[in-house]
Design a binder for this molecule. Sequence first.
Ligand code: GTP
Ligand code: ZN
Ligand code: ZN
Length: 236
Amino acid sequence: MHQTFDAALELNLLHANQEGADHNRQHFDRWGITCLNIMSSPGAGKTVLLEQTLKALKAKFKMAVIEGDMTTELDADRLRQYDVPVIPINTGRSCHLDSKMVAGGIHTLEHQYNPTDLDLVLVENVGNLVCPAEFEVGEHAKVALLSLTEGEDKPLKYPVMFQEADCLLVTKTDLAPYLDIDLDRLSDNVRQMNPHVSIILLSAKTGEGLPVWFDWVGNCIEQNRLNRDKIIAIER
Ligand SMILES: Nc1nc2c(ncn2[C@@H]2O[C@H](COP(=O)(O)OP(=O)(O)OP(=O)(O)O)[C@@H](O)[C@H]2O)c(=O)[nH]1
Ligand SMILES: [Zn+2]
Ligand SMILES: [Zn+2]
């Protein structure tokens, strides 16, 4: 087997990224915002999920989106229709968002809107099952999507994404009748990588699982507020 990367260089890169991510999280914490990092391979359904989430939770939570894409604003334009702040970030040649790019998004948010008004920032990462899982952006939780069309072996082949996820959305369940996919085996493969991850079966088309996802988001915001209150109480 030949070495295809410089381990020391990678470690430095990840370390610098982690410092930036911690800084971003401090911004979110100061403003009372929960941040979710939404990750998947291309086309698993991140933008459709965000559309449904904005539509359903707009009345309950004040939300903004940081929208990562390599070159276009196609996804950002889709989300702007929901009347929430959408900050596009073009990564150019990079296949993932890093904490520095998201810091740029946060500063735009800070200058154009009042961030203390917000409850939730949803970050749509660039479609890729590998790198986004390695680069924290300052999120409070990681959400991974895996569509049924990708096959049940993906958690074994791309372990990091599944090990890091706090919530896994198995998307496009409406397509199950047309595919040879064993949902039990898929869940077993996910559990092998991460015994504690919340798994939600979801179809943006039929609406299956969406209420469970909305509850998960609400709980995450609630939990994050409680944790923050505890830290503030200890610091006093
Ligand atoms: N049948 C079915 N199709 C879906 C579902 N969710 C998304 N799709 C379709 O899958 C395609 C990709 O969806 P997007 O939401 O754009 O996926 P994405 O992850 O944002 O894609 P990138 O940003 O390019 O990585 C679109 O044609 C969607 O209509 C679903 O639950 N069922
Ligand atoms: Zn998208
Ligand atoms: Zn990458």
